[in-house]
Design a protein around this ligand. Structure first.
Ligand SMILES: [Zn+2]
Ligand SMILES: [Zn+2]
Length: 280
C-alpha cells in the first residue's frame, strides 16, 4: 500500500497530528514542528513525543516529515536572518530526531537576484554546519518553482548534494513546483526526460518524498501556486502518469493542497490521490 497523506496541523499539541491525519484518510504525514509564523522553536516535551509515537504505531503510519519554516533563507546575505534560519533549522532537525522523523524538508531560500553562483559556497557551508550540529534525522532539500531567485532547480540541488557530500542530505520534489518550473507533467516524454535527468544528476537515489499538488499557475510560469488534486493545470491524468512511474512508485505522497476554504489537505483530496496510484 502506498503512503499517502498531507500536511496537518499540530495546533493544540503534537499528538493532534495523529487525529488530523486519520480524519483526512492519510497513512503518512507532514507537520511544522512549531508555529509556522514564529522563529521560536522549543523541544517537543517527552509526554507529547510518547503520545505521538504511540499514535503513529497504532495507526501503522508510514513516514513523518517535518516542514521547516517558510521564513528561512539559507542564501541570505543578512547575517541575522541567516543565523535565525540556521538555528530554527537545527531545532527542527533535533525535534525530528525525537519523533523519528524521516526528515526535515526545506525551501532553501532565495539569492534575491545575485545568482546561485554567488551564494553556492555559503549554502554548502550552512548545510554542512546544520548537519554537523545534528544527528539521527535527515535534511531534505525541496525543488523550487524558481520565482524571485528561489533556489532549487534540479542542477542546483545536484550541486549542493555533491558538494555538501553527506548521506543525510536528501531531496523532495513538489509536482506544482516542477510544473511551474517548466516540466510538463501531462506529457509522458517530459516525465521520462525528468526521470533520466534525476538519474544523470544522481538525484534519484536521494529522492525520498513527493509533494503531490496540482498547480494553479501556468507551465513555466515560475509561480508557486498550489491547487487541489485534479483542479489545476497538471490535472488528474498528469498527476497519475507521474506518480506511477516505476522509479517513483515507492515514494510517499504528501499533499499540500488548499482543500476547502484553504483549510489544507482534506479527505476528498487524499482519497482522490489514493485513487490514482496504481499501488493500492
Ligand atoms: Zn512543497
Ligand atoms: Zn509550493
Amino acid at each position: 500500500m502506498r503512503f499517502v497523506g498531507g500536511h496537518v496541523s499540530i495546533s493544540g499539541g503534537l499528538p493532534h497530528a495523529i487525529g488530523n491525519t486519520v480524519k483526512i484518510g492519510g497513512n503518512c504525514l507532514q507537520i511544522f514542528a512549531g508555529s509556522p509564523r514564529l522563529w521560536f522553536r522549543k523541544p517537543f516535551a517527552d509526554a507529547e513525543v510518547r503520545a505521538f509515537l504511540s499514535g503513529v504505531k497504532q495507526n501503522n503510519f508510514g513516514p513523518v516529515f517535518i516542514h521547516a519554516l517558510y521564513l528561512l533563507n539559507l542564501a541570505s546575505s543578512n547575517t541575522g536572518l541567516l543565523e535565525k534560519s540556521t538555528t530554527s533549522l537545527v531545532a527542527d532537525i533535533q525535534n525530528g530526531a525525537l519523533i523519528h522523523s524521516a526528515g526535515v524538508i526545506i525551501h532553501i531560500g532565495s539569492h534575491l537576484g545575485v545568482g546561485f553562483d554567488t551564494v553556492k559556497d555559503q549554502l554548502v557551508a550552512v548545510i554542512q554546519r546544520v548537519l554537523g550540529e545534528t544527528q539521527d534525522c535527515d535534511l531534505i532539500l525541496e525543488n523550487a518553482a524558481g520565482q524571485n531567485g528561489k533556489i532549487g532547480s534540479l542542477s542546483e540541488l545536484a550541486y549542493l548534494l555533491k558538494k555538501a557530500n553527506d548521506p543525510r542530505l536528501k531531496i523532495c520534489l513538489d509536482t506544482a513546483h516542477l510544473f511551474a518550473a517548466g516540466v510538463d507533467l501531462r506529457s509522458l516524454s517530459a516525465i521520462k526526460e525528468l526521470t533520466q535527468e534525476l538519474k544523470d544528476l544522481n538525484l534519484l537515489d536521494r529522492l525520498v518524498c513527493l509533494h503531490l499538488n496540482d498547480c494553479a499557475s501556468d507551465l513555466d510560469s515560475h509561480r508557486d501556486l498550489h491547487a487541489n488534486i485534479g483542479e489545476g493545470n497538471i490535472g488528474l491524468a498528469g498527476l497519475r502518469l507521474f506518480i506511477n512511474q516505476k522509479e517513483l512508485l515507492h515514494l510517499p505522497l504528501i499533499l499540500e493542497v488548499p482543500g476547502d476554504n484553504k483549510q489544507g489537505p482534506n479527505l476528498k483530496n487524499v482519497t482522490l490521490a489514493r485513487k490514482i496510484t496504481t499501488l493500492q
